[in-house]
Write a protein that binds this ligand. Structure first.
Ligand SMILES: O=C[C@H](O)COP(=O)(O)O
Ligand SMILES: CC(=O)C(=O)O
Length: 210
């Protein structure tokens, strides 16, 4: 599946997850799917992350698996080897640019300025994360990039809530938004899967108008 197809299937929301316990991966994915959410971004911020990606890939639930917080080419390859379908980085750096010549799986690098977007385009990336979205000008800033960068599509993430997501989703250059509000640490710790399904239902019913 191309990155365009993956993100269209993921829309309107990519839940950004910090997973501490590999045993949580499968029930979490099932709770999200039950709530109509078709993707999950497991951030490589914990020791359990790569094993969680492996467990999900093996379970073959149909959920699109992203690996987040990929900071260099080694982590990009590790995410691919674990079975992630796509990778996400908060920004962009030389090792990721170089690896994109032979990308093991598609990667969304982060960019929030015109120069960062141009640099990402030069390295061959057209699907970008706009991170941190809320503190970098929000939907107004993303909208400003639609005209000069017609080929670029964004997944804004960072400081977005169920209340503010629609302003981003209404933009033609936004494919989906990312956010951690569906999977708060307390619900994961307490394994409150039906509460996560409820948050997923609410988020998956957000409209992507444009
Ligand atoms: O750490 C940032 C993630 O991309 C999600 O951001 P958030 O927690 O503001 O939704
Ligand atoms: C913040 C972000 O972009 C990430 O963790 O992937």
């Amino acid at each position: 599946m191309s990155i365009a197809e993956m993100l269209n299937k993921a829309a309107p929301i990519v839940p950004v997850v910090v997973i501490e316990n590999v045993e949580h991966a499968l029930p979490l994915a099932e709770a999200l799917l039950q709530g109509g959410v078709h993707s999950i971004e497991i951030t490589l911020r914990t020791d359990a992350a790569l094993d969680a990606i492996r467990a999900l890939a093996k379970a073959d639930t149909g959920i699109i698996i992203g690996a987040g917080t990929v900071l260099n080419a080694t982590q990009w390859q590790q995410a691919a080897d674990a079975g992630a379908h796509f990778a996400v980085s908060p920004g962009l750096c030389a090792s990721l640019e170089k690896q994109n010549i032979n990308a093991p799986i598609p990667l969304l690098p982060g960019a929030v300025t015109a120069s960062e977007i141009q640099r990402a385009l030069e390295a061959g990336f057209e699907f970008l994360k706009f991170f941190p979205a809320a503190s970098s000008g929000g939907a107004d800033a993303v909208k400003s990039f639609a005209s000069p960068f017609k080929q670029v599509k964004f997944c804004p993430t960072g400081g977005i809530s169920v209340e503010t997501a629609t302003a981003y989703l209404n933009l033609p250059n936004v494919v989906c938004v990312g956010g951690s509000w569906l999977t708060p640490a307390s619900l994961l710790r307490e394994q409150r899967w039906s509460a996560i399904s409820d948050l997923a239902k609410q988020a998956s019913s957000l409209d992507k108008k444009a």
